[in-house]
Design a protein around this ligand. Structure first.
Ligand SMILES: Cc1cc2nc3c(=O)[nH]c(=O)nc-3n(C[C@H](O)[C@H](O)[C@H](O)COP(=O)(O)OP(=O)(O)OC[C@H]3O[C@@H](n4cnc5c(N)ncnc54)[C@H](O)[C@@H]3O)c2cc1C
Length: 308
């Protein structure tokens, strides 16, 4: 079912360098995404630490494509899967937290929610919104995630990235070209860690803000369903969910994919959806909204991989 593009009879894995981390062949990516859909990675690589990642990047054949995924909360991986090597920063080496005054440096593989305890213990405020976004720190930065009136770029100090030759650089905001729910930098960069700056607060206040934000989501977003968050970006000055609702798409279905009744900009895998169902539903929404309003919605969810 999966075409080998490198012509190696034994498979891609045999052309990869020896590493200390783990290679998993034909790894099911659906279990790493919030939607719970998508085909396999030809090879999934879980590096042990920075050196291991560097070894891999330096010694792998250059023509093999590499894709990094985070918590999979903004991803629609197509049913044919991802060719080449998919990297996930999953070990403790990529999940470190260092605090220096009001600056917090966080490993790219850390779940955003796992930052809560440290922020409360060190009474660092202003970063609560980060903990409320599903996913991990690398994906958070890549998508310039935001909510509750703040975006990652507002709290960003700097980051470390590894390039395709395994070199590590400190990178400033200007190098990431942040825009609404996006950043623009070379595809080959792998984010290793990010430093954010918070403000002085109290443990009590931070907990209160976190609880309010969690409650807001519980009441307004289908956070316990298989979803990818906001499907489309809000067009300038407009709310995507409203345009979708007004175009009559609330509850619209394609196969096992459905527009959430609770929040029209969220698509749901009701149980047996394929990535193709979800993508087709998205395209249908774009068509209907355009018909009704002449506005073309732009995907916020990142679509990756090949169709089956
Ligand atoms: C219920 C729900 C609610 C959500 N609410 C919000 C919200 O309020 N605000 C918001 O902005 N988003 C929201 N999202 C979307 C999503 O959570 C964010 O975009 C999140 O930041 C994605 O992070 P992730 O780790 O899951 O990244 P993934 O989805 O795994 O990947 C996203 C992108 O980041 C890249 N990437 C990941 N890690 C790295 C790395 N180390 N180096 C380089 N590139 C990397 C991937 O290649 C991909 O292009 C929501 C999603 C869900 C499911």
């Amino acid at each position: 079912m999966f075409k080998k593009i490198f012509g190696n009879k034994e498979g891609l894995i045999n052309s990869l360098p020896q590493v200390r981390g783990k290679y998993i062949e034909n790894a099911k990516l659906a279990k790493y995404t919030w939607f719970g859909v998508g085909g396999p990675a030809e090879v999934l690589f879980l590096p042990e630490d920075y050196d291991d990642l560097k070894t891999f990047l330096l010694l792998k054949p250059k023509e093999i494509p590499v894709t990094v995924i985070g918590g999979g909360s903004n991803l629609l991986i197509r049913d044919g899967g991802i060719l080449g090597v998919v990297i996930k920063l999953d070990t403790p080496a990529f999940q470190q937290i260092h605090i220096d005054g009001l600056e917090v440096t966080v490993g790219a593989g850390l779940r955003n929610a796992d930052l809560k305890k440290e922020l409360i213990a060190n009474e660092i405020g202003g970063l609560e919104f980060i903990c409320s976004v599903p996913g991990r720190i690398g994906g958070l930065l890549r998508t310039n995630a935001g909510c509750f009136g703040r975006a990652v770029s507002d709290a960003f100090v700097n980051a470390h990235i590894m390039n395709e030759w395994g070199e590590i650089y400190e990178v400033e905001a200007g190098d990431f070209n942040f825009s609404y729910r996006n950043s623009l930098f070379p595809e080959s960069w792998i984010i290793l860690d990010v430093t954010f700056k918070g403000i002085i607060s109290t443990a009590e206040n931070i907990k209160k803000v976190m609880e309010e934000q969690a409650e807001y989501r519980r009441l307004r977003q289908p956070i316990n369903k298989k979803t990818g968050g906001s499907t489309f970006k809000n067009p300038d000055g407009l709310a995507a969910w409203k345009l979708i609702d007004e175009a009559g798409c609330r509850g619209l279905k394609v196969g096992g994919a459905e527009v959430s009744d609770m929040h029209c900009n969220f698509l749901i895998n009701t149980g047996n959806a394929t990535a193709d169902d979800i993508e087709k539903l998205g395209e249908l929404i774009i068509e209907k909204v355009k018909e009704k309003t002449a506005i073309t919605l732009e995907w916020e969810i990142r679509r990756m991989g090949v169709k089956k």
